[in-house]
Ligand binder design. Structure first.
Ligand code: AMP
Length: 218
């Protein structure tokens, strides 16, 4: 099964993608992670993307399409994939629709994470990850079981994303509403959109996604 996750920053896309990856073996393809990796490596793509990312603006379509399509074409993903954070524009969605048949893939469902802006700001401002294994935490909603120690790997170093601050977040949300939200209608027209209440606790959202997998297997 191939899924696409659509939703604003902080809606829980990455959290759920990691859980699905563990349980069902679908591969998470996060355009944000690919771009952060390119920036960390100092590659040409990273250099082209860095300034846009630090402002919370969209990286130009041609840059994003290059790096994301490279992964879609070449990553090993026998159980399918989850696109997280891509597409974010109409042009990206159309380019994806043009690419997939040529590699024998199709999007089965588009999970739309619905969360209002104020909650997103609270979520993004409080989130951080383990530097060692990447497990995600939140000061209020998901602290580690033992303060300062990663539940998953036991390491003690954590980091926050540079763009998870109030000012950049306001811009990322505005961009989401202007450029990405209209894609919900695009996928509704294709009969693929499933709206999920992203304000629900992590386990509740996981349960809803489990039901989607169960229905698909039936
Ligand atoms: P994310 O981790 O999905 O929140 O993405 C972090 C940043 O990477 C965004 O604020 C954008 O600057 C950039 N980015 C990620 N995915 C895309 C995309 N599909 N199109 C354009 N820019 C993107």
């Amino acid at each position: 099964m191939n899924l696409l996750f659509l939703g604003p920053p902080g809606a829980g896309k990455g959290t759920q993608a990691k859980l699905i990856e563990e349980r069902f073996g679908l591969r998470q393809l996060s355009s944000g992670d690919m771009l952060r990796d390119a920036v960390a490596k100092g590659s040409a793509v990273g250099k082209a993307a860095q300034d846009y990312m630090s402002r919370g603006a969209l990286v130009p379509d041609e840059v994003v399409l290059g790096i994301v399509f490279e992964h879609i074409k070449h990553a090993r993903m026998p159980k399918g994939f989850m696109l997280d954070g891509f597409p974010r524009t109409q042009a990206q969605a159309e380019a994806l629709d043009a690419l997939l048949p040529s590699i024998g893939r199709a999007i089965d469902k588009v999970l739309v994470f619905d969360v209002d802006d104020q909650l997103l700001i609270d979520r993004v401002e409080g989130r951080y990850t383990c530097t060692h294994c990447g497990e995600g935490y939140h000061h209020k909603f998901k602290p580690p079981r033992v303060a300062g120690t990663c539940d998953k790997c036991g390491h003690h170093d954590f980091k926050r994303r540079a763009d998870d601050n109030a000012e950049t977040m306001a811009h990322r949300l505005a961009v989401y509403h202007a450029e990405t939200r209209p894609l919900i209608a695009y996928y509704q027209t294709q009969g693929k959109a499933v709206i999920i209440d992203g304000t629900a606790p992590i386990e509740t959202v996981t349960g809803i996604i489990d039901d989607i997998f169960a229905a698909d297997a039936a």
